[in-house]
Design a binder for this molecule. Structure first.
Ligand code: URP
Ligand code: ZN
Ligand code: ZN
Length: 410
């Protein structure tokens, strides 16, 4: 069965054009003006924008499974929410137990996602330990389709030393993969938390104070030094600050190749949220920042300093898991949802408010993710032969995000 999308505004890399597009056998068969309907089912996309399916580079479905801080979305509810928001591919983080093999995590994540997911998916692999035996697994991971890894410079139970991070970047680079990093200075975060606790500051308002912008900026600079010495391009995930962005620009000026992701929460919300009665909802790391940081990130997106907007969808229910932190913010599981809201928010706050062009929008929500993670040109572009994952978006539609309209379990 083929489908003809008629009269839409197709968002191509060269810009939007008014044309038709046919999908047959799950792939884009042709595009151009005045395509004959033939036997195709016809969808009228008059005054609608037609995009390649969006790719969310950063989700955490069924994370911490079996623990009180398990994320609220399983692979069904999480990908259902993704699709409802126009995201047709998610890249989730497989996480081995400390001391366990990468293969065990991949098997576990496939066991959860296979047959349960509503949309396309792939996995990054988190590296919590580094050893010759983990090193020897990389070839097998590449063969299994895993080419992206994440390391942490923060969280005492997750982080690697700088030397281990360097080894990971070099080894993954040699395999043709890329490593992303959670850039916060772990020692300084631990000290920041200790200082807030010692002062009796246990409310969510203390969360951003315990990990200020300098903590991110230092780690971004260190991560990029590690990458420079290793001689490999790297990713920076969930960048939240102007100071971090300045470190990125400095590295690029020196000629380094790197990719940067930010998230809708860092573009649209500020640290005043921690003062609200439900401030626990916003306990995530890195934390929300200032309006000046938000503006700097928008500017970074517009200028192409930031390549990707992913979500870091890490959902916890306010009345359940988040309440672990009701008497002490340090006990609150870190993270917030966003997989369904990402694209509408970025379109509304970015394109419709003239902060970014529609072309920059499509680059950050699908074309660049596809390029960086090896999915291009099967995904991320409207052209014959590409997957028939499409989004038709009405730029004039207005609605308010309310819980009853959402599809996540959070
Ligand atoms: O607070 C966050 N971001 N939780 C999810 C894990 C991570 O660091 O990406
Ligand atoms: Zn992270
Ligand atoms: Zn994350």
């Amino acid at each position: 069965m083929s489908i003809l999308i008629q009269n839409g505004i197709l968002v191509l890399p060269t810009g939007p054009i008014q044309a038709d597009l046919r999908v047959a056998g799950g792939r884009i068969a042709e595009l151009g003006p005045g395509l004959a309907p033939g036997a195709s089912r016809v969808i009228d996309a008059q005054e609608r924008l037609v995009f390649p399916g969006f790719i969310d580079t950063h989700t955490h479905f069924e994370m911490n499974k079996g623990f009180p801080n398990e994320t609220a979305d399983d692979w069904y509810t999480g990908t259902r929410a993704a699709l409802a928001g126009g995201t047709t591919t998610v890249l989730d983080f497989a996480e081995p137990e400390r001391g366990a093999t990468l293969a065990s995590a991949l098997e576990t994540w496939h066991g959860r996602a296979d047959g349960a997911a509503c949309c396309n998916y792939g996995f990054h692999m988190t590296v919590k330990d580094w050893s010759p035996s983990i090193r020897s697994e990389l070839r097998e991971m590449t063969a299994a389709g895993v080419t992206s890894y994440k390391v942490y410079l923060a969280y005492d139970n997750l982080r690697l030393s700088d030397a281990a991070a360097y080894e990971v970047v070099k080894a993954v680079g040699a395999e043709g993969g890329v490593v992303g990093c959670h850039c916060e200075n772990g020692d300084l975060v631990t000290e920041g938390i200790r200082a807030q606790q010692a002062a009796g500051n246990l409310s969510p308002a203390a969360h951003p104070l315990s990990r200020p912008p300098a903590v991110e900026a230092e780690a971004v600079g260190r991560w990029l030094t590690i990458a420079e010495l290793a001689g490999c391009p790297v990713n920076i995930v969930h960048l939240s600050t102007l100071r971090g962005l300045e470190a990125v620009r400095a590295a690029r000026t020196r000629g380094q190749r790197l990719y940067v992701e930010t998230c809708p929460q860092y573009l649209t919300l500020t640290e005043e949220k921690y003062l609200e009665p439900d401030g626990l909802k916003y306990v995530m790391s890195p934390p929300l920042r200032t309006a000046r940081d938000c503006e700097a990130l928008w500017e970074g997106l517009a200028r192409g300093d930031i390549q990707v907007v992913g979500t870091d969808h890490c959902p916890f229910n306010y009345h359940k898991e988040k309440q672990l932190g009701k008497d002490d913010f340090t006990k609150c599981p870190n993270g917030a949802p966003g997989v369904e809201e990402r694209v509408p928010l970025l379109f509304s706050e970015g394109v419709l408010k003239n902060r970014i062009s529609v072309n920059r929008f499509v680059e950050t929500v699908c074309a660049n993710p596809a390029r960086i993670y090896g999915l291009y040109p099967q995904k991320g572009i409207l052209q014959p032969g590409a997957d028939g994952d499409l989004v038709i978006l009405d730029p004039a539609a207005e609605w308010t995000i309310t819980h009853d309209k959402m599809h996540s379990a959070v």
